[in-house]
Design a protein around this ligand. Structure first.
Ligand code: IFM
Length: 729
């Protein structure tokens, strides 16, 4: 395995997926795998973490910075680039061990062959820095004009986000400062170019392009290279200024591209040291898995103390750059097991956005904290009431994701408690985590209903993970997660002493602890969670069993339009048993120790043919439950599907008429969980690591690291024995 993916594909239809697949990123920014000459129509983006803008009533979304990689060539007066000019040869490579993107493209001109080679990295050592080199070679005396600079014509879905741009172009230096519409935030991109060959040069600022032109005549076979350092910072980045960016660029120019690249590679090697998973006997699985981990590492906010990861990572503005339950339920484990500081950063974001969650609960008339379904700055819920556009009428469709996906708050509790249980670190709980769990429990408590004369609590009018069935009662997943939230709140409230007097007093001042304990204990005991019926099947929600019993292909055959939305009032799936993604199976996976194996298996077999897997979050839940049922062979194709979510073409790019393309970090996290927890059999009992492997037949050996209780362990699984050894750091 060479830790590289390559393609010579240049089909314009797949520009979007290649942009995702060849992405490089460092948690602060993500650079789509597009070519230097691409204009906004080809969807290039330097996508920024944690900074948003809203134009009028359009959706608020994260910013794409002006594109400092923009470069193209003219030879003998004619421009050469893709997708316009048919090349002789073309290849793009992503070296995902070192997070290096490169391309090589040759064109035949009227007088000979001209070749462009480039390489780029989003520095891991200095996250504001992008390094790039670009080389032109011709096999004749070509008159070359090489244009390089910053393109302020950015690709945006709901823009334009910049109301003003100011630029400066000096010799070998250029900068653009763009000012956002909503809050007047600034995004500054500065570059320094080094061209160590004789040339004529000229700078310009026109049509939102800050450009340098380098003119030269090539010696046949000689390489003409420019190297660029690009610094990006925004008004939200404390301590950043043009002076500081200038210093970074000076250092880049002094030490040189190769030296900065070396620092970047070293930083990545550090990440891989404990972050990789080695598999012997199945190179394809090892490649897809580590490629998935590459994506997770590329978007991990290791530079921040309180930040999360959007559902489409840093691959663009899809899903409004918002944070979903994907982070806690699908991505968190990877960071928790390999780099707990990042896991803490992710969960601290939720603690710090508790205010937004309390406001949302209050807006709906609930108590406590109802987290944003699509969380942006401050916990603001970017999810709109009309989140899908109908393909037939072009009208926005009323969806209830924001109002009714109550299970989101429990995901936050799950993340906080999993962090605390596995790391043994109480600091997050002490710094607001306790209040977060209590407020989420208060939220669920305010949702509880009791039928007249009844004894059990129910939760009505919800959407579970399967979004195709809206506003149902007693969704098994939601109810079980609400019960879990009550259980966790009880665990914390009964053990306040462990947090010390100051924290205990503060909680006792804010809450009537005995009263809450009484309520939460009662709720945990009496909240109804649908139980297996005589056939062993758990009904996904009240009345699910009465819906039309068809399988996925039958429902698919009823579609009138390929982009038609399957859910909502008239969706093809809505009145059938066909579901979008794992729902009961997700619940069983999380609570498998509460159910006999045959119940897990029966439900797996029942729901699988009825699951569209229309969300990339689905396959890994089936994979993991299959492992828990002792079926690694059945789990394997679902594992591969998750691990290859960003390698394969054919992922869903549309929800009705809304573009939802981008990377799939939840699937990447799901692939990791399946490998390590499913096949590797990693679990934790009272904070202690247990490993009980069941590898797929062709896997001869598996090696990885796990952090637990403040220690790091090397796990080595071989047919003859499994060893778990503490690592001295
Ligand atoms: O969080 C998911 C949801 O479960 C299904 N639709 C896409 C969201 C973002 O990945």
């Amino acid at each position: 395995m060479d830790w590289k993916i390559r393609t010579s594909d240049r089909d314009v239809e797949r520009i979007s997926t290649r942009g995702n697949r060849f992405l490089v990123g460092n948690g602060y920014l993500g650079i789509r795998g597009t070519l230097e000459e691409y204009r906004k129509e080809q969807l290039p983006a330097v996508n920024l973490a944690g900074i948003f803008d809203q134009v009028g009533d359009s959706w608020r979304e994260p910013l794409n910075a002006p594109n400092g990689l923009y470069t193209y060539v003219k030879v003998d007066g004619e421009a050469y680039g893709l997708p316009g000019q048919e090349p002789l040869e073309h290849e793009m490579v992503l070296d995902y061990r070192n997070a290096l993107f490169s391309r090589k493209t040759s064109w035949k001109t009227g007088r000979g062959v001209v070749t462009v080679i480039s390489e780029r990295f989003a520095s891991r050592a200095e996250v504001h820095l992008i390094g790039m080199k670009y080389t032109v070679t011709a096999d004749f005396h070509a008159d070359v004009e090489l244009y390089t600079g910053i393109d302020g014509n950015v690709w945006e879905i709901n823009g334009p986000h910049y109301r003003q741009m100011e630029a400066q172009v000096l010799e070998n230096r250029a900068e653009i400062t763009a000012i956002t519409q909503e809050k007047g935030d600034t995004v500054t991109v500065m570059e320094a170019v080094c061209a160590d060959f004789p040339h004529g040069s000229e700078g310009s600022w026109r049509n939102k392009e800050a450009l340098h032109k380098y003119e030269f005549v090539t010696e046949p076979g000689r390489a003409y290279q420019i190297r660029k350092g690009i610094v990006v910072f925004t008004s939200k980045d404390a301590g950043w200024s043009k002076e500081r960016a200038g210093q970074v660029l000076e250092e880049f120019s002094d030490s040189g591209y190769e030296a900065e690249k070396q620092k970047h590679r070293q930083a990545w090697e550090e990440k891989w040291r404990y972050g990789q998973v080695l598999v012997e006997g199945d190179d394809q699985a090892m490649e897809a898995l580590n490629y998935s981990l590459y994506h997770l590492l590329s978007i991990a906010p290791a530079h921040a103390k309180s930040m999360s990861i959007p559902a489409r990572g840093l691959s663009g503005q899809t899903y409004k750059g918002a944070v979903f339950w994907d982070t806690e339920m699908f991505m968190l484990d990877y960071f928790l097991f390999t780099d707990p500081a990042v896991a803490r950063t992710l969960m601290k974001y939720r603690v710090d956005t508790l205010g937004g969650a309390k406001q949302k609960a209050a807006q709906y008339g609930w108590e406590g904290a109802y987290y944003a379904w699509e969380s942006q700055e401050g916990g603001y819920d970017a999810c709109t009431d009309y989140n899908v556009v109908d393909v037939f009428t072009g009208r926005p469709m009323r969806t209830f994701f924001r109002d009714k996906q109550y299970h989101i708050s429990a995901a936050i509790v799950y993340g906080i408690m999993r962090y605390s249980h596995i790391t043994g670190d109480d600091s997050l709980l002490k710094e607001g985590g306790l209040e977060t769990v209590i407020e989420c429990a208060r939220f669920y408590y305010s949702l509880l209903l009791k039928r007249a004369g009844g004894t059990r609590y129910e939760i009505h009018d919800v959407i579970g993970p399967d979004e195709y069935h809206e506003r149902v009662n007693n969704n098994a997943y939601t109810n079980r997660m609400a019960k879990y939230t009550f259980q966790m709140a009880v665990e914390l409230l009964t053990g306040l002493d462990r947090f010390g007097d100051r924290v205990k007093e503060s909680i006792e001042q804010q809450y009537r602890v005995p009263k809450l304990l009484e309520q939460f204990e009662d709720a945990a005991e009496h909240l109804y969670v649908p139980a297996p019926d005589e056939q062993g099947i758990i009904e996904q929600f009240d009345g699910y069993g009465n819906l039309e019993d068809v399988f996925v292909d039958q429902v698919r055959s009823r579609l009138l339009h390929e982009k038609e939305y399957w859910g909502g009032a008239y969706g093809v799936a809505s009145q059938t048993k066909v579901i979008k993604q794992a729902d009961v199976v997700t619940m069983l996976n999380l609570f498998s120790d509460e159910y006999p194996e045959d119940i897990c298996l029966k439900n797996w077999k029942y729901y699988e043919p009825r699951t569209e897997h229309g969300s990339s979050l689905s396959a890994c839940m089936y994979a993991m439950l299959a492992c828990k049922c002792g079926m690694p062979r059945e789990a394997y194709p679902f594992f591969v599907k998750s691990a290859r979510a960003d390698l394969n073409d054919g992922g869903k790019e549309w929800a009705g008429l809304i573009y939802i393309g981008g990377t799939h970090p939840a699937a990447s996290g799901g692939a990791y969980m399946t490998a390590v927890e499913g096949f590797g059999g990693v679990s934790f009992t009272e904070g202690k690591l247990k490993v009980k492997p069941q590898l797929p037949e062709n896997w001869k050996r598996m090696k990885f690291h796990i952090c637990c209780g403040g220690k790091r362990y090397a796990v080595d699984i071989r047919p003859e024995e499994t060893t778990v050894e503490e690592v001295e750091e």
